[in-house]
Design a protein around this ligand. Structure first.
Ligand code: SAH
Length: 243
């Protein structure tokens, strides 16, 4: 027979195990709470930030952002800010994701390259618009967890590769659009090379850990034209030895 005290401890243990287990089990599901969070996020994008591309707003309304952040950050998944995803990296603020997607004018026919897969969230947003999304991540563990997030979110068209995105993805080039989500000191020439004529690239350029400029690159008749868009802060584009 258990004493009252033993029973109390047993109940407490079960309660602790249950609360630990519940976020892991229910955290993935889309609930009224996650849907409401996402609706709020999309309203903010449209009203505060003037994101007006319907395809972008629809994509942001669909992708379950809470599946792309660590369990400890799930409650913050739909807040208007970047969040830590481990390995010193961050998932960008929803506005930045939407803005970059809007600025490169992705359509259902676009072939898109992303450099800096991170959580896989930006790739999932792109994949709601086109089924030709290629993404490269330099941290192998993040490339793996991004694939897992994409699987949980039932996004099965994104091609994820581990490697140094500075060199692009020559086998899949040329691209209609390239989106670089880590700050580079200069625009990598291989990426300009792999951009189609008439294509668009968006890339944060500047010093690591300081404010950078988000730059729009438009390639016309083989020549890149650049224009500064807005000041941003991204984690740095890191480099590996040449492949
Ligand atoms: N787009 C991501 C967030 C990007 S954070 C998302 O939606 O979650 C920037 C990412 O770029 C980090 O994961 C970092 O590891 C990666 N990165 C940095 N340098 C890189 C490089 N040279 N090639 C590919 N990925 C790189």
């Amino acid at each position: 027979m258990m004493t009252k005290r033993q029973t109390a401890i047993a109940v407490l243990t079960v309660a602790i195990l249950a609360t630990e287990a519940i976020p892991a089990l229910s955290g993935g599901r889309d609930t009224d709470r996650t849907r409401a969070g996402r609706d709020r996020m999309v309203t903010t994008l449209a009203e505060r930030y003037d994101i007006h591309d319907e395809a972008v707003l629809r994509a942001m309304a669909r992708v379950p952002r809470h599946l792309f952040v660590p369990a400890s950050q799930r409650r913050n998944a739909y807040e208007d800010r970047p969040l830590p995803i481990g390995y010193g990296q961050t998932i960008s603020q929803p506005f930045i994701v939407a803005y970059m997607t809007q600025v490169i004018g992705v359509t259902e026919d676009s072939r898109v390259l992303e450099i800096g897969t991170g959580s896989g969230y930006q790739a999932a947003v792109l994949a709601e618009i086109t089924d030709k999304v290629y993404t490269i991540e330099i941290v192998p563990e993040l490339a793996m967890s991004a694939e897992e997030h994409l699987r949980l979110a039932e996004v099965d068209t994104v091609r994820v590769r581990h490697g140094d995105g500075y060199y692009g993805w020559p086998d899949a080039a040329p691209f209609d659009a390239i989106i670089v989500t880590a700050a580079a000191p200069h625009i990598p020439p291989p990426l300009i090379e792999q951009l189609k004529d008439g294509g668009k690239m968006v890339i944060p350029v500047g010093s690591p850990y300081l404010t950078q400029q988000l730059v729009l690159v438009e390639k016309e008749k083989g020549r890149p034209r650049t224009r500064n868009l807005i000041p941003v802060r991204f984690v740095p584009l890191t480099r590996q030895a040449e492949p």
